[in-house]
Ligand binder design. Structure first.
Ligand code: TRP
Length: 340
């Protein structure tokens, strides 16, 4: 078990990350980041900006640089505290790529080709399909195993990758000798799943082609309000939460998050009112909820020196742990150690 002692407390390790392939959304905040912030006191958390994962789909270099720094700044804006957690950029820790290579040697081609995300993404076109996309889940396994993470908060779409990670860790441990902690998925008590505003049966995504589907945490008040006013709703007029009303249910979820109320409370509040009453209320509530986060983000971004300092501290802290694991792995697979 990799348990870190902090005073008298022994804390399990958590690792999670977001690929820096775009701007963070309200879906990222409600589904993941809000939980990450809560976990910081109880766990030894590693939070990562996954820029190596970002290049599995072609990126414009200047835009990737911007996205990486923006995701980092947004992590801080929503409340990731570098005094409590290790916050770092994946490419600053070369051990991620190095461990991936070793894990590749125990991964079957079939295991990677079976991954749903690979099948979906590679089906989109030949240009987007490349070896790194195929290898994406192995890199993710390296991310997790380097820090001997006990728990990994992941969304539904990443569960299969975590299962592969567990298989690779078990396989490595039995092929060589016990090396890796076998990570478990962390299922939050309450994690809201935010859906696309235009196609409410699909998850809200930072890479949706239709920008009206997605609320970005950097969106201005007017944009947030416009997108919500234009959100697709269902037939009928009542503000009710149900499976067959995905559009209005999604708006109810948004309002409940923005106002920190339960779904039940929201439904009661709008009892007898119509979509026409409800939509502007959701628009205002969400805009008010995001405004302070956006302001903080803008402020953090102004101080480039400070951000650079944060990245340096994070990379150094992360590398201390990552190096230890990689050294063991290299020894076990039979790489020569340099002496002297
Ligand atoms: N693949 C994850 C996503 O797109 C991001 C990620 C990269 C990640 N490495 C990870 C998540 C390790 C959890 C653990 O959301």
């Amino acid at each position: 078990m990799s348990l870190v002692e902090l005073g008298n407390q022994i804390k399990p390790v958590i690792l999670s990350g977001v690929a820096s392939s775009g701007k963070l959304t309200l879906g990222n905040l409600a589904g993941a980041l809000k939980n990450w912030v809560k976990l910081q006191d109880q766990y030894n958390c590693y939070y990562m900006v996954a820029d190596l994962h970002a290049i599995t789909v072609r990126q414009v270099p200047a835009e990737l640089r911007q996205s990486t720094i923006d995701v980092l700044a947004m992590f801080i804006a929503v409340g990731i505290d570098i005094e409590k957690s290790t916050l770092f950029v994946q490419s600053h820790v070369p051990e991620h790529a190095e461990l991936t290579w070793v894990l590749n040697s125990i991964t079957g081609m079939g295991e990677c080709s079976r991954m749903t995300q690979f099948k979906d993404k590679s089906a989109k076109g030949t240009e987007s399909s490349n070896v790194s996309l195929f290898d994406y889940p192995v890199l993710m396994a390296a991310d997790i195993l380097l820090y001997q993470a006990n728990l990994v908060p992941v969304g539904d779409d990443q569960k299969q990758h975590l299962e592969l990670t567990r298989n690779l860790a078990t396989r490595f441990n039995s092929t060589y000798s016990p090396t890796f902690v076998i990570p478990e998925p962390y299922i939050p008590e309450v994690g809201a799943r935010i859906m696309s505003l235009q196609e409410p049966t699909k998850k809200m995504s930072k890479s949706d082609d239709n920008q009206n589907s997605t609320i970005f945490l950097t969106d201005k008040d007017e944009d947030i309000k416009r997108k919500i006013r234009r959100a697709v709703t269902d037939s009928g007029t009542d503000v009710t939460f149900s499976k067959d009303k995905p559009g209005i249910s999604n708006l109810i979820t948004l309002y409940s998050i923005a106002k920190n109320k339960t779904i039940k409370e929201v439904v009661a509040e709008f009892n007898g009112l119509t979509y026409g009453d409800f939509k502007p209320a959701v628009a205002d509530a969400v805009a008010d909820y995001i405004a302070p986060i956006r302001d903080k983000f803008e402020e953090i971004k102004k101080d480039k020196k400070h951000l650079n300092e944060i990245m340096k501290i994070g990379a150094e802290k992360a590398r201390q742990t990552a190096r230890k694991t990689l050294r063991k792995v290299y020894k076990k697979v039979g790489f020569l150690e340099l002496e002297g």
